[in-house]
Design a protein around this ligand. Sequence first.
Ligand SMILES: [Zn+2]
Length: 84
Amino acid sequence: MAKCRSCGAEILFVPLPSGNSMPCNPELVQFWANPNAKGKVVMQTGEIVSCDFDGPLEEMTDVGYISHFATCPFANSHRKKRKP
Ligand SMILES: [Zn+2]
C-alpha cells in the first residue's frame, strides 16, 4: 500500500471517473449523503459525495473513503505542492 509522503500513514488511491485518483484513508467509513453537509466522501465507484458521518443506521447511505487530505496532519504541505 502507498504511504503518505508527509505523515507516513497508509493511503489508498481510489480511481475517479475523471481518470485521476484520490488519496484516501484505507478504512471504509459509513456516511449519510447530504448535499448541504461540509463533509466529503469518495464512494468505491470514485464518486465524490457531500455527506455527514453520523446519522440513524437504518438511513445510512453507503460506505466510502475519506480523502487523506481531510485528515492528514500535514495537509497544508500538500496544498503548497504542485504536480510537475
Ligand atoms: Zn498524510
